[in-house]
Design a protein around this ligand. Structure first.
Ligand code: SAM
Length: 401
C-alpha cells in the first residue's frame, strides 16, 4: 500500500471540507481526483475512509449512501480497485437506509463549515494556528423547512468570510445581526472577539436552531437584553420581527456594527427592515445632544409601536453639521457612528431597487463595497458557493455627518 496522504495538504483539506459540508458527490469526487493526481487511487479512498467514513458519527446516512454509490461507480468506471471497506459500508446503507424521500421531508442535518485560510494569512487575527476553522452547524436540507432561516445561504457564507477577512472592523465592537438564520456569522463574530454579539431572527424555529448551533460551538446563549455579562463566550439571541420591533427595543441594543445577510428579498418586509436599520444607525443619545447644542429637533421618520412619533428619544440632526462620533454614556470617550454591512444576491432587481429607494427616503447612505472590500476566498472547496454572485453594501446614516 502506498504512503498515507497528508491531511494538511491543501488538496486533502479541500476534499475533507467538501465532505463535511455535504457538497455534492460530483464536487467531492472532483476534489478526490485532484488528491490522486487525476484518479481516485486506493490512497485517496483510504484517506476518505480514515477521515470520514470509518466513524460516520452524526453524518447524514442518505448523503453518505448516495456519495458512496457515485464514488464506487466512478472508480469502477475508471477500472480502479475499490477498497472492501467502501463496498461493505455501501452494502450496509443499502439495507439500513431505505426510504430517502421520507428522511428528506423535514431532515435536519449536521454539516461542518470549514474556513480554509490561504498561505500568508497567519498574521490575521482570525486565522487559527492550523489555518483551518471549522464550525459544526445543524441546518435543514429543505430550504423552506422551519422558515428560510434553517438553511445556509450564499450571502451568509460571504458575510462570514468578510468578518474573518476584516476582523478589525468587528473586534471589540458591539455587533448586532438581523435575520441571523443558522448563526454562522455570529460564530465568526465571536471568533474575531466582538465585545458583544447579538443575533436576532423573526422566526421562532430558526431561533431555536440558532441557539442549538451556538451551544454546539461552545458558546453560551443569553436571551435577555437587560442582562449584562462580560463573558466572552456569551451570545445574545433575540426574537426580533422587523415589522413589530419597537423603537425602545432597538435603542436598547446600541450596536456599533449591524449586519445582515440575504435579508433583501421580500418587498413586503423591506420598509420594516429599513425602519429597523434607520433607528439603529441613528444612534444618538442625549449626552451627544448636550455636547452638541446645535443638534436639536425631532425625527419625523421614527415611529413608536403605537404609530405615534417619538418626541423623547429620537433626535433629528439632519440639518446640523455634527461629526460622525457620539458620546457613550458609560464613558466620555467619543465613539464612531454605527455602520451596517448587508450582503445580498440580486434575485429580483425590482426588489433591490425598492430597498435602495426606501434607504434614500430614510436618509441612509448606501455604498456598494463589493469591489473595494473583497473578502478572502476561504470556501474555495465549495462548488455550491460562488463569492462573485454576492454584493456587499455599507450603510450609514446621513443624519450624522
Ligand atoms: C434567507 S434567510 C438568511 C439567513 C442567514 N442570514 C443566511 O444568510 O444564511 C433570511 C432570514 O431572515 C429572517 N427574516 C425574514 N423576514 C423577517 C422579518 N420580517 N423579521 C425578522 N426576521 C426575518 C428569516 O427568518 C431568515 O432567518
Amino acid at each position: 500500500m502506498e504512503q498515507e496522504l497528508d491531511p494538511s495538504l491543501p488538496c486533502c483539506q479541500r476534499l475533507l471540507s467538501a465532505i463535511l459540508a455535504m457538497e455534492t458527490s460530483e464536487c467531492v469526487i472532483s476534489h478526490a481526483r485532484v488528491c490522486g493526481g487525476g484518479s481516485i487511487t486506493e490512497q485517496v479512498q483510504q484517506f476518505i475512509w480514515d477521515h470520514c467514513l470509518s466513524t460516520p458519527g452524526d453524518f447524514h446516512a442518505p448523503y453518505l449512501k448516495n456519495f458512496l454509490k457515485k464514488l464506487i461507480a466512478q472508480i469502477e468506471f475508471d477500472h480502479g480497485h475499490v477498497l472492501d471497506n467502501l463496498y461493505e459500508l455501501y452494502a450496509h446503507y443499502m439495507t439500513s437506509c431505505k426510504d430517502e424521500s421520507l428522511e428528506k421531508r423535514d431532515a435536519r442535518v449536521s454539516k461542518k463549515i470549514s474556513f480554509l485560510f490561504p498561505d500568508g494569512c497567519s498574521k490575521l487575527q482570525s486565522c487559527p494556528h492550523s489555518r483551518v476553522l471549522v464550525f459544526p452547524l445543524q441546518c435543514s436540507l429543505n430550504m423552506l423547512e422551519g422558515g428560510t432561516g434553517c438553511s445556509i445561504w450564499t450571502p451568509g457564507l460571504f458575510l462570514s468570510e468578510f468578518v474573518l477577512s476584516r476582523p478589525e472592523l468587528f473586534s471589540n465592537k458591539t455587533c448586532f445581526e438581523v435575520g441571523s438564520g443558522v448563526g454562522l456569522t455570529g460564530l465568526c463574530l465571536a471568533h474575531v472577539k466582538a465585545s458583544k454579539v447579538i443575533l436576532s431572527d423573526g422566526d421562532l424555529s430558526t431561533l431555536a436552531n440558532m441557539k442549538f448551533n451556538l451551544e454546539l460551538n461552545h458558546l453560551n446563549v443569553e436571551a435577555d437584553m437587560q442582562q449584562s455579562n462580560n463573558d466572552q463566550n456569551m451570545v445574545k439571541c433575540l426574537y426580533l420581527l422587523w415589522e413589530s420591533a419597537s423603537v425602545s427595543q432597538l435603542q436598547d441594543i446600541m450596536p456599533d456594527v449591524i449586519l445582515g445577510a440575504d435579508v433583501i428579498y421580500d418587498p413586503v418586509y423591506q420598509p420594516h427592515l429599513v425602519r429597523v436599520l434607520a433607528i439603529l444607525l441613528n444612534r444618538v443619545n442625549l449626552s451627544f445632544c448636550r455636547q452638541h447644542a446645535s443638534c436639536k429637533g425631532i425625527s419625523p421618520n421614527i415611529k413608536h409601536d403605537n404609530g405615534e412619533h417619538n418626541h423623547d428619544h429620537a433626535i433629528d440632526i439632519s440639518n446640523s453639521k455634527c461629526k460622525a462620533s457620539y458620546y457613550d454614556d458609560s464613558n466620555s470617550l467619543p465613539k464612531e457612528a454605527p455602520v451596517a454591512y448587508i450582503s445580498y444576491v440580486i434575485r429580483n432587481i425590482e426588489t433591490f431597487n425598492y430597498f435602495m429607494s426606501l434607504g434614500e427616503q430614510a436618509n441612509l447612505d448606501i455604498v456598494d463595497l463589493t469591489d473595494s472590500l473583497k473578502p478572502l476566498n476561504l470556501l474555495s472547496y465549495m462548488q455550491s458557493y460562488n463569492q462573485a454572485n454576492v454584493r456587499l453594501l455599507r450603510i450609514t446614516s446621513n443624519n450624522i455627518e
